[in-house]
Write a protein that binds this ligand. Structure first.
Ligand code: G6Q
Length: 543
């Protein structure tokens, strides 16, 4: 493995950074009138304009050299081959197999995983068709009108995001909900207006042991059985998506109604595995295959396009540039599509769980910054709240602005207004407003300093034709491989998540301390002890 800071590209980038750190985008655009056309790349219907970044041809040349010195392409090839690149868990990382065509073979420990993927996809399609057509009936003979996905983290964020994104392609006669939080309010809100006899739960959990999901699953079971007055109802109102057959059986689900996946699919990379079953029921198998085709198109692009025209590579390198040389802490994700409302949250897990690592592949503490903080909201909403800080604050916040040329609604004028804001924001962030311009526009002198926008705020603009299942697949794959590129540069394991374990273990230790009738002897620190005592005093009522 390569420590990126030891490469000659890194050292050259440091020197180069000193030279161009104050260069203005206004200047770069004036120097090269074709910049807005040349600093672009396109793949699978996604157009990336990265010209409004604080980068020159030389910056890009050095960043690409860094990718070569860090072996990004070799690491990518190892992933596609099925090598166990998740070294801390000794697992292959093969979400790319989830969308590989039937004709492709990828072997893990001698078995062709693509054949297994298609067997599960076929089973999902047959089941989805039965539910959508009304052939699959609930225990009382009523057809299923409501589908609730119970799952958390990687078993929730993707399906919830994709459902919102693609709801205009979904069966509008059905209701789809997503319960993740162990807060009982989540389950209560998701079910309060539904008829149990018409409700199907999809228990989505790779391990089938996750506290939140198992607690909600038990509550769902009780909700169904109490209402339908029969244990036998479980078979008609629950299916499972999991790798844990034994636990699924124990819950009372017939394994004929279990949809499997594999340890080589990480939770946050699993939305296009059987974890997407609720999405397939919503949009139908044909649209779901379109979604997979969109993923696949970017996989092929990532695998075979030279690095200098490779969208995920370019985006990953620019994130490294701001993170490690400008010291930018965050990256804003602003989809100009209301249906992508949950996309920033989805990317937050994808990027922060993948690249929030403090040791390299050999377990040594890194001497450079890794994963950026990801956040965002849809535009134009964000413009009326936090964009002020991006325009005139003191922090550098690179942003990805994502827009679509065609609307999902017939309200075409709305769409022109929406998209005018994508272009206007990227323009305003890059070029700002000078005191001279303000003066010429008649701004009173006393206001000028307050109205100046310095500009030089970087953005990527991603444009696609329309938010279709295919476009969504491509967009998600773009970010998956962008995250991969960053992780490869930083020499970290982007596929483990040991950091989430500690809190889980501690919570399990505290549960009995909350549940016991009399106050237990508390052996935590003084703060934790005091908080637990206060909670016990104020929570009211027995459990
Ligand atoms: C994702 C993480 C994590 C996981 C959840 C749910 O990469 O591993 O978010 O998806 O903890 O796990 P289960 O699917 O096992 O319930």
């Amino acid at each position: 493995m390569t420590n990126p800071t030891q490469t000659s590209a890194w050292r050259a980038l440091q020197t180069h950074y000193e030279k161009i750190k104050d260069v203005q985008l206004r200047q770069l655009f004036a120097d090269d009138p074709r910049r807005g056309e040349t600093m672009t790349a396109e793949a699978a219907g996604l157009y990336l304009d990265y010209s409004k970044n604080r980068a020159t041809d030389e910056t890009m040349r050095l960043l690409l050299q860094l990718a070569r010195e860090c072996g990004v392409a070799e690491r990518r090839d190892a992933m596609f081959r099925g090598d166990k690149i998740n070294t801390t868990e000794q697992r292959a990382v093969l979400h790319i197999a989830l969308r590989a065509p039937r004709s492709v073979q990828i072997k893990v420990d001698g078995a062709d995983v693509v054949a297994e993927v298609h067997a599960v996809l076929d089973k999902m399609a047959a089941f989805s068709d039965r539910v959508r057509s009304g052939e699959w009936k609930g225990h009382t003979g009523k057809r299923i009108r409501n589908v609730i996905n119970v799952g958390i983290g990687g078993s929730y964020l993707g399906p919830e995001m994709a459902y919102a994104a693609l709801r205009s392609f979904s069966d509008r006669s059905m209701t789809f909900r997503f319960v993740a939080n162990i807060d009982g309010a989540a389950f209560a809100e998701a079910t309060h207006d539904l008829d149990p006899a018409e409700t199907l739960f999809i228990l989505s959990s790779k391990t089938f042991t996750t506290l939140e999901t198992m607690t909600n699953a038990a509550t769902a079971r009780k909700w169904i059985v109490d209402s339908l007055k029969s244990d036998a109802s479980v078979a008609k109102h629950f299916v499972a998506v999991s790798t844990n057959t034994a636990e699924v059986k124990k819950f009372g689900i017939d394994t004929a109604n279990m949809f499997g996946f594999w340890d080589w699919v990480g939770g946050r990379y699993s939305m296009d595995s059987a974890i997407g079953l609720s999405n397939m029921i919503a949009i139908g198998p044909a649209n779901y295959r379109e979604l997979l085709a969109g993923f696949r198109a970017i996989d092929e692009h990532f695998q075979s396009t030279p690095l200098e025209k490779n969208l995920p590579v370019l985006m990953g390198l620019l994130t490294v540039w701001y993170n490690n040389f400008f010291g930018a802490q965050t990256l804003g994700i602003m989809p100009y599509a209301d249906n992508l409302r949950r996309f920033p949250a989805y990317l937050q897990q994808l990027q922060m769980e993948s690249n929030g690592k403090h040791v390299d592949l050999e377990g040594r503490h890194v001497n450079y910054l890794t994963g950026a903080i990801i956040w965002g909201e849809p535009g134009t909403d964000g413009q009326h709240s936090f964009y002020q800080l991006i325009h005139q604050g003191t922090k550098l916040i690179p942003c990805d602005l994502i827009g679509f040329c065609q609307p999902l609604s017939p309200l075409k004028q709305h769409h022109d207004y929406l998209m005018s804001n994508v272009f206007a924001q990227a323009e305003a962030l890059a070029f700002g407003k000078t005191p001279e311009e303000l003066k010429a526009e008649g701004s009173p002198d006393f206001q000028t300093p307050f109205r100046v926008c310095e500009g030089n705020r970087p953005t990527n603009v991603i444009l696609a034709e329309k938010l279709t299942p295919r476009a969504l697949g491509s967009l998600v794959a773009l970010y998956e491989h962008n995250v991969f590129t960053q992780g490869a540069i930083w020499s970290i394991d982007s596929f483990d998540q040991w950091g989430v374990e500690l809190g889980k273990v501690l919570a399990k230790r505290i549960i009995p301390e909350l549940e016991s009738a009399t106050e237990p002897e508390l052996k935590h620190d003084s703060s934790t002890n005091a908080l637990i005592r206060r909670y016990r005093r104020l929570r009211g009522g027995a459990r």
